[in-house]
Design a protein around this ligand. Structure first.
Ligand SMILES: O=P(O)(O)OC[C@H]1O[C@](O)(CO)[C@@H](O)[C@@H]1O
Length: 322
């Protein structure tokens, strides 16, 4: 998808003034936004950002929300009521709203100044998935507003990410089956990551393991592991570590050094070993979550097979009042 016309219109509407970008959604759509929020937090000098579950945005909106805010909202179905309400609220406050959805008839589109109806299901074209579109939009917006030194390296990364992911998926296929066989009777997993990838520790826990497999799971930031969680470590507790590339890899490595001594059930998903180092070091960390999403989806599929538990089965979601 070409994000440039949207970037230009956003900038034109406010005479080049954007003071904050808010990322607002629920569940898996929210997870997909984490990397963009992380990018703004760590790379922008003049723009602040916030990452909000939609209902919290509605009930406790930031005071700064206003005409110079850009609010990016994503809903796969396009009709999640909290996300649609957040878009309406953002618009009422004078902010510019960008809506992403898979559904051409989405209610979210009625509340969006700019929209992206994205592709889904073609695993070979991850650059057209919402996570990549939002990241592309964010990086181009920051670049146009204040300059981003590694924009060309990022664009080159976008050109090859589909190939990197396709190769990585093939590479992990056998080990996802081994993982599923080894861990089929486990009921609790701790999922660790850091930096741009932390959103996927959260997402794999709440969406893939809890929602789709009805298993207990908890995300732990690699940096936080040594500030409480590591006390549960023993030889029987399973850990999944998404070992990213980039500035915070050291945090993941510190966890792995500790687990190597005190744990026995450790699954490492390493972005470097899976070929992400084909992308320039200056930007590869922003591609970690795109790779991890696709690769971890293979892990969850393998678990669903050994559990004979279809990934689409729900007990409560969309079935009862909540
Ligand atoms: O992206 P949407 O359609 O707003 O849906 C959000 C819902 O979808 C999921 O991300 C995945 O089923 C849930 O976690 C969440 O309730």
């Amino acid at each position: 998808m070409n994000v440039v016309p949207t970037v230009e219109q956003i900038i034109e509407r406010n005479g080049g003034k954007v003071s904050e970008i808010y990322y607002v959604a629920c569940g898996g759509s929210l997870v997909d936004m984490y990397v963009s929020d992380f990018f703004v937090r760590t790379e922008s000098v003049g723009i602040t950002s916030g990452w909000y579950t939609a209902n919290e945005f509605v009930h406790a909106a930031p005071k700064r929300l206003g005409a110079t805010s850009v609010v990016i909202l994503c809903s796969h179905s396009g009709n999640t009521p909290e996300t649609v309400a957040a878009a309406a609220l953002a618009r009422k406050a004078g902010a510019q709203t960008v809506g992403l959805t898979y559904n051409k008839e989405a209610k979210l589109l009625d509340e969006s100044d700019y929209s992206f109806v994205y592709e889904w299901g073609d695993e070979t074209r991850v650059h057209n998935n919402p996570m990549a579109i939002m990241l592309d939009l964010t990086i181009n917006l920051v670049d146009k507003l204040e300059g981003y030194a590694h924009i060309e390296a990022f664009r080159k990364g976008m050109d090859i990410i589909d190939t990197v992911v396709a190769n990585a998926e093939k590479q992990v296929e056998p080990r996802t089956k081994e993982f599923a066989d080894k861990y089929k009777n486990e009921t609790m997993f701790y999922v660790l990551a850091s930096g741009a990838s932390y959103g996927h520790a959260y997402g794999f826990s709440i969406c893939s393991l809890m929602e789709m497999q009805w298993l207990d799971a908890a995300p732990i930031h690699s940096g936080e592991f040594f500030h409480g969680p590591f006390e549960v470590t023993d030889e029987d507790t399973p850990f999944i570590v998404a070992r990213g590339l980039g500035r915070t890899r050291e945090l993941d490595d510190r966890v792995l050094t500790f687990l190597d001594k005190y744990a026995k059930k450790v699954e490492i998903v390493d972005a470097k070993e899976l070929g992400l180092d084909l992308i320039d070091d200056a930007v590869s960390e922003y591609f970690n979550p795109i790779l991890f999403y696709s690769v971890l989806s293979k892990y969850r599929y393998a678990l669903s097979v050994v559990h004979n538990h279809d990934l689409d089965v729900r007990r409560y979601m969309g079935k009862v009042e909540y």
